[in-house]
Design a protein around this ligand. Structure first.
Ligand code: SF4
Length: 378
């Protein structure tokens, strides 16, 4: 590369970086900053990259916190589950966040008392809803608000599972106090006389790289686990971060020996600015197939997500590729009935790239990633 070309490309990278900084905020918590300094695999997830300026993906590949039934912060796409998003703010911003046009763009909106009351009322009135997922942003950022929401969910007899999704155990392990862990444990109740009336609260903790499991993170997680609460580990598959069997195996083995149950491996969603993170879906299949040679408990459920829900991918899945507008998509007949989706999600139409087959099931088209190195900018 000539010196002249180097200068031009560097200027392009600088200009792209400027665009990224104007469009998306960045935030790294003090605890996370220490890990970022020592680990490339962690740094890449949080330090803004000029590649985020590439035109790519959609603004909202999967929208949480929207006004389902006219109630801000409530979402429902499945018969048996509802999602609540009390607060759209996080202690650090993941560059691959599928809600980045909200979190990284600074929405930081809270559910009002009225929103919460309306959402609770909606859930109370439908006894098919057995599970409530509380997500964000990060619910642990406002423990008082989380407690208030949990207390109201506890009053609903048919809700038997409460799941809280977080990364704050990584971002701010010092904020996971004994009091917070004790508070969570109040919502985990076993009814020995009638097990059908037991209620379980569990945590979904997103961790993507072995370097994230620091002594501080493990101590914070143990405050919760030692009080009988299950923590499930969720991983996002990302290029040059964890897209190889060695790193993934090390991460999952760290989960297992520290009491974290391996749960989901998510394919990275096609959100704006995430092109450089996205591998092919096949790459994840190759990894879970190689992991399946080890202990049965090591392999997480591999899924990709479209606006109609999760799509499970097995170790022997044969992907059906179609080309749309010059891009490679994965076509799949889902287990979701269109009539159910339209009913529960409050939509009048299926999202773009989704259609109904002759049996009433939704057929989805999901934009694949690729495993090629990114074009050089610098
Ligand atoms: S913690 Fe979750 S919601 Fe917050 S920025 Fe990261 S991925 Fe997005």
């Amino acid at each position: 590369m000539s010196r002249m070309t180097e200068t031009i490309v560097s200027e392009r990278a600088r200009e792209m970086q400027k665009q990224v900084m104007q469009k998306f905020r960045s935030k790294i918590s003090p605890s996370l900053a220490k890990i970022v300094k020592q680990s490339q695999g962690v740094a890449k997830q949080f330090v803004p990259s000029p590649y985020e300026a590439l035109e790519y993906g959609t603004e909202k590949p999967f929208e949480e916190g929207k006004n389902n039934k006219g109630i801000y912060g409530l979402e429902r796409i499945y018969e048996d589950r509802a999602v609540l998003t009390p607060y759209f703010e996080c202690s650090a911003y993941c560059r691959y966040c599928f809600k980045k046009t909200r979190t990284l763009a600074g929405e930081a909106k809270r559910m009002s008392d009225e929103n919460i009351a309306d959402a609770i009322n909606y859930i109370s009135n439908d006894d098919r809803i057995k599970t409530v997922l509380i997500t964000g942003g990060d619910p642990f950022l406002d423990v008082t608000l989380l407690h208030k929401v949990l207390q109201q969910i506890k009053e609903i007899d048919h809700v038997r599972n409460i799941r809280v999704g977080t990364r704050n155990i990584l971002f701010a392990p010092e904020n996971i106090t004994d009091e917070t862990a004790e508070m969570l444990s109040e919502f985990n109740e076993i009814n020995y006389e009638n097990p059908r009336l037991s209620r379980n609260l569990s945590i979904g903790l997103s961790l993507n790289h072995p370097d994230e499991l620091t002594p501080e993170v493990i101590r914070a997680a143990q405050k919760i686990i030692s009080r009988g609460i299950t923590i499930r580990g969720q991983i996002v598959l990302m290029k040059d971060i964890n897209d190889n069997t060695k790193t993934m195996r090390e991460l999952i083995e760290l989960f297992l020996c520290n009491g974290i149950v391996p749960y989901y491996l998510f394919h990275c969603m096609a959100v704006v600015g995430a092109k450089h993170f996205r591998t092919s879906v096949q790459k994840g299949i190759d990894i879970i197939r190689e992991l399946s040679a080890f202990s049965g408990s090591i392999a997480p459920h591999y899924v990709y997500v479209t606006p109609i829900g999760k799509h499970r991918v097995g170790t022997n899945s044969q992907l059906d590729y179609v080309e749309i507008d010059g891009q490679r998509y994965i076509r799949s007949t889902t287990p979701y009935k269109a009539a159910d989706f339209l009913h529960f999600s409050d939509n009048t139409m299926l999202p773009p790239l989704h259609e109904i087959n002759e049996n009433g099931y939704i057929v989805s088209h999901y934009l694949d990633g690729d495993d090629n190195p990114m074009e050089a900018l610098i």
